[in-house]
Design a protein around this ligand. Structure first.
Ligand SMILES: *[C@@H]1O[C@H](CO)[C@@H](O)[C@H](O)[C@H]1NC(C)=O
Ligand SMILES: *[C@@H]1O[C@H](CO)[C@@H](O)[C@H](O)[C@H]1NC(C)=O
Ligand SMILES: *[C@@H]1O[C@H](CO)[C@@H](O)[C@H](O)[C@H]1NC(C)=O
Length: 207
């Protein structure tokens, strides 16, 4: 004979008199308030990001000069360049710090120099210039590269590759800091005959 199992039926527990417990209402209201607050803060952070992002600290080359360019028949290149790198902090409320700064300059894949800088700070809404004089003697060129230098003299235009990276950071009061990594990758062009820099856009991208 099958034994009948005891059955228990659940009953919805409402508050006293079958109405919703005021405590449940309170919890629901608090949850709603928290949810709304999260959304509002999220939107505020997003808007804040959109507003400040165009002003992230940037590094750029605004001026340079080709002081010397000499190549001989043995395929040795001698050059000297002056490069002014500008670190700009467009933020009107926070100091920016720049660190891990490295730049590489090369010609036709031939490394010329690595440029570095000690960490430094840029005050609110201002900028700082790093001036480099890069001297390089006796870079051995391949026949192809020698031909490129010959063409550069003929065209009166020579192009160096300038890449770089830096870490930037804003100190945002007690809230901590916002960090970015910026990258620079540009072609520095000069007139070999008089050393003039041919301006072109050379500004870092941040992410
Ligand atoms: C930032 O500096 C520029 C000039 O360097 C000035 O015109 C501008 O008013 C300054 N902005 C703030 C918010 O200080
Ligand atoms: C610069 O060159 C060195 C080696 O030549 C390389 O390790 C480094 O990643 C380069 N840096 C940049 C920013 O291109
Ligand atoms: C250098 O030469 C270029 C082209 O020949 C010319 O446009 C430029 O004005 C010259 N710059 C100087 C400082 O003489």
């Amino acid at each position: 004979m099958a034994k009948t199992m005891p059955k228990f039926k659940g009953k919805l527990v409402m508050g006293a008199n079958g109405r919703t417990n005021p405590l449940v209402w309170l919890v629901a209201i608090i949850c709603t308030v928290i949810a709304v607050a999260v959304v509002v803060v999220g939107i505020a952070v997003f808007i804040g990001y959109m507003v400040i992002h165009p002003r992230v600290p940037v590094i750029s080359v605004n001026n340079a000069h080709l002081d010397l360019l000499r190549n001989d028949y043995a395929g040795l290149l001698q050059t000297q360049l002056t490069i002014v790198v500008t670190a700009k902090n467009g933020n009107a409320r926070a100091h920016a710090s720049f660190s891990d700064i490295t730049f590489n300059i090369s010609y036709q894949g031939q490394d010329i120099a690595v440029l570095v800088a000690d960490p430094f700070e840029v005050p609110k809404n201002s900028s700082k210039d790093l001036s480099y004089v890069v001297q390089s003697s006796s870079i051995p060129l391949s026949p192809d590269q020698m031909e490129q230098v010959g063409d550069a003299w003929k065209k009166n235009e020579i192009e160096f590759d300038f890449t770089g990276a830096a870490r930037t950071q804003w100190k945002v009061g007690p809230l901590g800091s916002v960090k970015y990594l910026c990258h620079l990758d540009c072609d520095l062009k000069f007139r070999p005959l008089n050393g003039t820099y041919i301006p072109s856009r050379c500004t870092s991208k941040s992410h």
